[in-house]
Design a protein around this ligand. Structure first.
Ligand code: ZN
Length: 169
């Protein structure tokens, strides 16, 4: 690869590499692995808006704590996304217990996810909300690398990795 002048700080159309830890309700919910940081293209909604907007101007090596309100994260809980379904509609091999996560297909064949909230004699209450909907998110992030995006990455709206050279989305 040719020598590039590295960007000095996070700005639009820069590929950002960062480590993160996400706490929800005071507990660690998710974190990047030591050898597997998050890589994304800043300014293209690759990550949730409330986090992306707080990264501008950060330099390599800098850390920041970012609190993201639900409306800037995974949204508020949608009561219409909690629905009762007839128990008969579930295949018998699915364990119908609260907390079980289900992968389903909608009418267009897209994969959708739901969690069982409760089970009664003939009804199952399903929650189709994103699991982090309605939650305040506490991130701690550390920027570990910055580089200019390629024209192709900017056109695609996401970062490319070496293993993704064939990617033509
Ligand atoms: Zn691409």
């Amino acid at each position: 690869m040719e020598n590039q002048i590295k960007p000095q700080y996070v700005q639009n159309d820069v590929v950002v590499t960062m480590h993160y830890q996400l706490k929800v309700d005071g507990e660690v919910y998710d974190a990047s692995e030591e050898n597997d940081p998050l890589v994304f293209l800043q300014g293209h909604q690759n990550i949730i808006p409330g986090l992306e907007s707080e990264l501008y101007g950060l330099k390599v090596g800098e850390s920041k704590e970012v609190q993201v309100a639900p409306q800037d994260g995974y949204g508020e809980i949608d009561k219409d996304a909690i629905q009762d379904v007839d128990r008969d509609e579930f295949p018998s091999d699915i364990p119908l217990e609260p907390g079980v996560e289900l992968e389903m297909k909608d009418q267009e064949g897209n994969e959708i996810y739901a969690r069982i909230v409760s089970v009664s004699k003939d009804r199952v209450k399903l929650d189709f909300n994103e699991p982090l909907a309605g939650k305040a998110l506490d991130f701690r992030i550390t920027i570990t690398d910055l580089r200019e995006a390629t024209p192709e990455e900017i056109e695609h709206g996401h970062a490319h990795y070496e293993s993704e050279e064939e990617d033509d989305e």
